[in-house]
Design a protein around this ligand. Structure first.
Ligand SMILES: C=C(O[C@@H]1C=C(C(=O)O)C=C[C@H]1O)C(=O)O
Length: 376
């Protein structure tokens, strides 16, 4: 029987040959890329790749090797595509991204909309981002705010996208797909809930607690200690505070900020009721212009993937091969198509960078309905 050293000499010889063949394959892939660019063809040829996988599997002898050789060729073909996308970007055949880079966002004379009413957390986030004196108005729901932007009634909207305790604000993700608005900024603010009621309310008076669903979730430990209280979801925490003030009924209380309680003439009955003392929410700034700040560092995109094994894996490889750092991924069901999903990815980068252009080019060809939601 051969010794370990002898076997390794044989493996080394095979590997040297593999490297030589790999380089030869990459070179030929590059030539295919040149041909496609000259003839205006798409890089990704799904049919050809399917045939190739079938062919190489047939040439392998065992089930194990058939599977292995297919995995190997999936990788090889993905790499060859990346070389071709690179060439496409270098040749300037990317097509101009319709996003326009701007030096500054015009926030000075802007009219800003936020959801809820006076005292909403979105208002606090807006004032933090645009300054306390900004020209603003409020609408009832997130959808109303997105509509105000699309119609041009406001220049910017400030909307919650993610909470440190409750996670993604699902509705916002869906609205970003539905509306042609773009993210141009973000800001994070601490969220400290209180239980607020009419002045003089005792905890024993309370029968119903009103707030936004996610706020009730963020205070669930405290609320669960009072199992007799009915929890009722309304559009917004500050809208809940306003309702309590208007109804003048001591059996009702709201989960809202101390500021919302004060604005609506309520008394803070219990302060700081969120489960997590570091509870905070990330808000996005949305506009209807396709612009991005020249120094923007983060890109949000979304896409649907074909319903096939490994498709997400292959799409994500565009980030790896272009050395881009992914910071977040979310998925949401695609409306009208059960068990199919749309993915939302955040990654570091600027739309003007070649690596970003290259990745987006590949993602656009290989996914369904890729959308750039913003660079900020
Ligand atoms: C090299 C090509 O481009 C891509 C890469 C392939 C490969 O590496 O074999 C196959 C199909 C294309 O998706 C080609 O079209 O032949």
């Amino acid at each position: 029987m051969a010794t370990l050293a002898e076997l390794r000499v044989q493996i080394d010889a095979v590997d040297d040959e593999l490297v030589r063949l790999f380089e030869e394959r990459v070179r030929l892939g590059g030539q295919v890329g040149d041909y496609k660019i000259q003839n205006g063809m798409k890089i990704f040829d799904r049919q050809r790749e399917r045939e190739k996988l079938k062919d190489v599997a047939e040439k392998a002898s065992t089930e194990f090797n058939k599977k292995g050789v297919q995995e190997l060729f999936e990788q090889l073909m993905a790499m060859s595509r990346k070389v071709q996308y690179q060439k496409l970007v270098e040749a300037g055949a990317l097509g101009r991204l319709p996003f326009i880079g701007v030096k500054e966002l015009d926030t000075q004379n802007a009219r800003v909309v936020f959801p809820g009413t006076e005292g909403a957390y979105s208002q606090a986030a807006m004032e933090y981002y645009f300054g306390e004196k900004c020209n603003s108005f409020y609408v009832r729901t997130f959808r109303d705010a997105m509509e105000s932007i699309e119609e041009g009634a406001a220049d910017f909207a400030v909307l919650p996208i993610e909470n440190s305790t409750a996670g993604a604000v699902d509705e916002m993700y869906d609205l970003l797909v539905e509306f042609e608005n773009y993210i141009v900024g973000e800001t994070i603010i601490p969220i400290t809930h209180t239980l607020a009621g009419l002045p003089g309310t005792e905890l024993s008076d309370i029968e119903r607690v009103y707030s936004k669903g996610v706020a009730l979730m963020q205070a669930s430990r405290f609320l669960d200690e009072h199992s007799g209280w009915q929890q009722i979801s309304v559009a917004n925490t500050a809208i809940a505070a306003k309702k309590i003030m208007e109804d003048k009924d001591k059996s009702q209380a709201a989960v809202c900020s101390a500021n919302a309680a004060k604005i609506h003439g309520l008394e803070v009955l219990v302060d700081n009721i969120n489960d997590d003392p570091n509870n905070s929410t990330r808000f996005i700034v949305v506009t209807n212009q396709k612009i991005f700040h020249k120094d923007a560092k983060k890109i949000s995109i979304c896409f649907e993937v074909p319903h096939e094994s490994g498709s997400l894996y292959h799409l994500l490889s565009h980030f790896i091969y272009n050395d881009l750092n992914m910071t977040k991924i979310e998925s949401r069901p695609v409306e009208g198509r059960n068990w199919e999903y749309r993915f939302f990815v955040d990654f570091e980068g600027n739309l003007a960078e070649p690596a970003v252009k290259n990745a987006i080019r590949g993602l656009r060809e290989e996914s369904r309905s890729l959308r750039i939601l913003g660079n900020y």
